[in-house]
Design a protein around this ligand. Structure first.
Ligand code: SF4
Length: 306
C-alpha cells in the first residue's frame, strides 16, 4: 500500500504538472536589495550576509543562460530531471529597471527545457508594471513569485531589520492575486525572541491569505552577520533539531493542504555557518519531520479550519 501523503511537496506538484522530474536551477542575476543599498538601510536583515543568499555566480562572470545550462547539466545527471525552472534567488529579483528585468527573465525563458520562472523578492519591491510583465509570462509558463515574510509579527520584523511590516506583505499578495502568478511566502522559524505561539500565529496568518506555496527555513547563524554578534553575546539561542522538527509539523498542521510546500528547512553554506551544526544534516531533519508526522498520524492541514 502506498504511504499516506503527509504534506503537499513541490516535487509531486511539479511531476503532476509536467509528468516528469522538474528541478529548480538557482540563478544569481547580479541584482541588489533596497535593504542593503541604502534605500531602506545598508545593514540588511540581521541574518543576511554579503552574498544575499546567492551563489556568487554573477560575480564569477556567469550569465543567466550560462548558469542555467550548467544547472541543467548537473541536475539532469543527479535527478534525471527533464524540465527546469529558473529560480532567481539572490537578493531582490524585481529590484531593477523594468527593461533590465525583462531582459533577464527572457534570457532564462529562452533556454531549452526551462518551463517557468520563480522570482525571489521582497514584498516592497513589486509594482504593477513588473507584475504585468510576470502576468504576461504566466499565460504560457509556470510563474511563481516568492515574497519574504519571515514572521507575521511586526516587532520581530523590526528587530531583524526587515524594513517592511506585515501589512506590506499583505498588500503585495493582494496586488499579485488573480494574475495567474503563483504566490509563495518565505518563513523563518527560530527568530530571536519568537515563541512557539508567535510562529504558529505566522502559520495561521498565511493560512488565510490564499497563498499557493510556502518555504520554511530554520534560522541559522551565518559568520560575519549581526546575528552572529548577537549569538556570540548570548542574545539568543538557536533551536535544537527536535524543537525545529516539532515546530515544522505544528506549522504544517495549520496551513491548508493546497499550499505547495517548497522547502522544509534551510541549506547553510558549510564554510559560512556559525551555528547550529545540526542544520547541515538536511536529510536527517527531513526524515525526522516525516517520521514525526507519521507518529502523530498527522498531515498538513490537520488543524486548518475553513
Ligand atoms: S531582503 Fe534578502 S537580500 Fe535583502 S537584506 Fe534581507 S535577506 Fe538580504
Amino acid at each position: 500500500m502506498a504511504a499516506k501523503k503527509r504534506y503537499n511537496d513541490l516535487n509531486s506538484y511539479l511531476r503532476n504538472l509536467y509528468g516528469c522530474r522538474v528541478q529548480k536551477i538557482t540563478i544569481d542575476a547580479g541584482l541588489t536589495c533596497p535593504n542593503r543599498d541604502g534605500s531602506i538601510s545598508s545593514g540588511g536583515c540581521i541574518y543576511c550576509n554579503i552574498r544575499g543568499s546567492g551563489t556568487g555566480a554573477h560575480a564569477n562572470g556567469l550569465t543567466v543562460a550560462h548558469q542555467l545550462r550548467n544547472g541543467k547539466k548537473s541536475l539532469s545527471k543527479r535527478y534525471k530531471a527533464k524540465k527546469f525552472i529558473a529560480y532567481f534567488q539572490s537578493f531582490s529579483n524585481t529590484y531593477a529597471p523594468l527593461h533590465q528585468l525583462k531582459h533577464l527573465y527572457e534570457e532564462a525563458l529562452a533556454v531549452d527545457d526551462i518551463v517557468g520562472l520563480s522570482i525571489g523578492t521582497r514584498p516592497d519591491c513589486v509594482d504593477d508594471p513588473v507584475l504585468d510583465l510576470l502576468q504576461n509570462y504566466a499565460k504560457h509558463h509556470l510563474v511563481w513569485i516568492e515574497y519574504g515574510l519571515q514572521s507575521a509579527r511586526d516587532a520581530t520584523l523590526a528587530f531583524i531589520n526587515r524594513g517592511h511590516d506585515v501589512q506590506c506583505f499583505r498588500d503585495a499578495v493582494e496586488k499579485t492575486k488573480n494574475r495567474g502568478i503563483k504566490i509563495c511566502a518565505h518563513v523563518i522559524l527560530g527568530l530571536p525572541h519568537e515563541t512557539r505561539r508567535d510562529m504558529l500565529h505566522t502559520a495561521e496568518t498565511i493560512a488565510r491569505l490564499g497563498l499557493d506555496g510556502v518555504k520554511l527555513h530554520l534560522l541559522y547563524v551565518v559568520k560575519g552577520t549581526r546575528l552572529e554578534t548577537l549569538y556570540q553575546q548570548g542574545g539568543f539561542k538557536c533551536l535544537e533539531q527536535k524543537e525545529y522538527v516539532d515546530l515544522v509539523c505544528d506549522f504544517l498542521e495549520r496551513i491548508p493542504f493546497e499550499i505547495v510546500v517548497q522547502r522544509l528547512t534551510g541549506d547553510p553554506h558549510r564554510p559560512e555557518l556559525a551555528a547550529p551544526a545540526w542544520s547541515l544534516k538536511k536529510s536527517e531533519t527531513l526524515e525526522l519531520i516525516r517520521r514525526t508526522l507519521e507518529e502523530r498520524d498527522s498531515c498538513q492541514g490537520k488543524y486548518f479550519k475553513r
